[in-house]
Write a protein that binds this ligand. Structure first.
Ligand SMILES: Nc1ncnc2c1ncn2[C@@H]1O[C@H](COP(=O)(O)OP(=O)(O)OP(=O)(O)O)[C@@H](O)[C@H]1O
Ligand SMILES: [Mg+2]
Length: 375
């Protein structure tokens, strides 16, 4: 499978962010994926020197991933939200050795906007569990597969975690690269263990990020693992959703919904699709409240006005803008100036220097896909 450098960068930045956040099990997942990606990139490097550099980076990422294990055991860190619950009693080579598993503590209320998506999920996952008799009477089945798609930084991962929180379910984070990785063993066994572990919980969410990577690049792609693994996952999915007391949901996320093939989207598989788009004006307002909330603000800071200026920015963009704006008076204060609150001017300067991360052309492609199922 040919990997792109952009895939590597995305995986690496997710891994590093989780590591900084003290979320070591999640960090390990992404760092291994990024390392694997780098090994593949090394194999196609043009010069020996470039290959050596690539391999060096891969080795560093794998070392950092190993370091995550030590940190999980000693319990250092864990400052992040949604700490990983250890499952030492599982012992040996169980799925818990390599799958990031946690009980997230962010809920729907922590997510700005996306009200339709939340309501869809309540209907499919939460109400049937809370009202089993009514669900039975009306033939509403519980669980199944959900595909969250949309541009980067719009809250897909957050949404998957929040579903787990709302259901008090265990959250398993997995990526295609990890399933296919030789670092964790045989792909078929990995999938079996993963689904077995999830079925053993009273409620569980299996979240697969970058789910489009499961689809072979070409029909003729002769990667034999891929050819065995995809049908197996699809089969596990089909047997995954019909329990009455157990809420089991498979959630896939992707930035490239158009790369998924029909087999994955068939009924019983990832059959509920939800578009996680850019925040609308009320959601941007709430994002400002969330991300500036506890920071000292000048009286002239006007969230209503900023809300207009931030049209087209994602939740992750707004988070980033808040961080950069706070850094301005902070750096001044470190330099010996009188500490002052963040001003409207600080924020507007940062906005001006930070264009939206999602460009209009790619946004149009998502909108088209949301409307027509093709793009
Ligand atoms: N709707 C939102 N409400 C609150 N915070 C948000 C929202 N969208 C994004 N964020 C912030 O941006 C960060 C990134 O969001 P998240 O990782 O869920 O995006 P994503 O859609 O999964 O992105 P990617 O496609 O790159 O994986 C979150 O940690 C959160 O702080
Ligand atoms: Mg994500």
């Amino acid at each position: 499978m040919a990997v792109a450098f952009s895939t590597f960068e995305r995986l690496k930045s997710k891994g590093v962010a989780a590591y900084k956040n003290g979320d070591y099990a999640v960090a390990k997942t992404y760092l291994i994926d990024a390392g694997e990606c780098m090994i593949e990139l090394a194999a196609s490097a043009k010069t020996a020197e470039s290959r050596r550099q690539h391999e060096q980076i891969a080795a560093e990422l794998i070392d950092l991933a190993k370091d995550c294990d030590g940190r999980r055991r000693t319990g250092s860190g864990g400052r992040g939200r949604g700490r990983v619950r250890e499952q030492e009693e599982d012992g040996g080579s169980s799925a818990s050795d390599w799958i990031a598993k946690e009980k997230p503590d962010i809920g729907f209320d922590d997510i700005a906007g996306l009200e339709e998506v939340k309501e869809d999920i309540r209907l499919k996952m939460i109400y049937p569990l809370a009202h089993p008799e009514l669900a039975e009477r009306y033939g509403i089945t519980l669980g199944g597969g959900l595909l969250l798609y949309g541009p980067p930084g719009t809250g897909k991962t957050m949404m998957a975690k929040a579903i787990a929180h709302e259901l008090d379910a265990t959250f398993y984070l997995i990526s295609p690269a990890q399933i296919l990785s030789k670092w964790v063993g045989e792909a078929e066994q990995n999938i079996r263990k993963l689904f077995e572990a999830a079925k053993g919980e009273s409620s569980a969410i299996i979240f697969m990020d970058e789910v489009e990577a499961l689809v072979p690049m070409r029909k003729s792609d002769s990667s034999s693992v891929m050819q065995r693994v995809v049908p197996q996952i699809l089969q596990e999915l089909e047997g995954f959703d019909r329990g009455k007391e157990q809420a089991l949901l498979f959630v896939g996320a992707t930035n490239k919904p158009w790369d998924l093939d029909d087999a994955m989207l068939r009924p019983g598989r990832l059959d509920t699709k939800a578009y996680v788009g850019l925040p609308d004006a009320p959601a941007r307002f709430k994002l400002l409240e969330i991300h500036f909330g506890d920071r000292p603000l000048d009286e002239d800071v006007d969230f209503g006005e900023l809300c207009d200026e931030l049209e087209g920015h994602s939740g992750a963009d707004i988070k980033n803008i808040a961080r950069q704006s706070a850094a301005i008076p902070f750096t001044e204060a470190i330099g010996g100036r009188e500490p002052r609150p963040i001003s409207m001017q600080d924020i507007e300067n940062v906005i001006e220097a930070t264009p939206p991360s999602v460009n209009p052309a790619s946004l149009a492609r998502y909108t088209l896909f949301a409307e027509t199922g093709a793009a």
